[in-house]
Design a protein. Structure first.
Length: 188
């Protein structure tokens, strides 16, 4: 009789849930029905490169939070990345981006900041937030521990893991007896 040990089964289940999270992000409502969301699953060797990049950023910036979050990524089975082409406009002329209208926003030079590229269309940022919420809801309903992390996205962008995304967030995933993402020391 075949035997699948819990570690192997749980690892496979986490990867299946990660795939379902990508579906949730994809099918989440988008402003005007225009989909500028980008997604990926990172695990194995690529996950370790993400950990190394987060540790490099921690050293460069002397920010211990990057180091702490890198350890959370190392201890996770996988990471879901969700990004957005935020430098595309929604063409509503609302001015929330800081420009008079979408035409001015489109003409403006898009500049890479420390972690992301802007200016960002407010509606694309809202689409990103809704996609993130849909994805973590799926993980939560399927009992996979997760947490949305800005610092993962900063490292993923430096590694060009979602090259078209102007903003990326990361969601590490874990299945353990206790969530590794919330009982942890506060860091700057």
């Amino acid at each position: 009789m075949p035997l699948i040990k819990s570690g192997e089964a749980e690892r496979d289940a986490v990867l299946q849930v990660a795939g379902l999270m990508l579906v949730s992000a994809r099918t989440a409502p988008k402003s005007g029905g225009v989909d500028d969301i980008l997604t990926a699953i990172v695990y194995g060797k690529e996950k370790e490169s993400l950990v190394a990049e987060m540790q490099r950023i921690a050293e460069e910036r002397d920010i211990s939070g990057f180091r702490r979050d890198a350890e959370n990524v190392r201890d996770s089975e996988a990471v879901v990345l969700i990004g957005v082409r935020g430098t595309n406009s929604f063409e509503l002329d609302c001015g929330a981006c800081g420009y008079a209208d979408c035409e001015e926003f489109e003409r403006a030079e898009k500049k890479a900041g420390r972690d992301f590229t802007g200016a960002t269309c407010l509606f694309k940022a809202l689409d990103l937030g809704i996609a993130l919420g849909s994805a973590v809801k799926t993980a939560s309903k399927l009992n996979v521990d997760n947490r949305i992390m800005y610092r993962i996205g900063a490292a993923a962008r430096r590694l060009k893991m979602l090259p078209e995304a102007s903003v990326i967030m990361g969601i590490p995933l874990s299945a353990s007896g206790k969530s590794i993402y919330f009982d942890r020391p506060k860091q700057k």
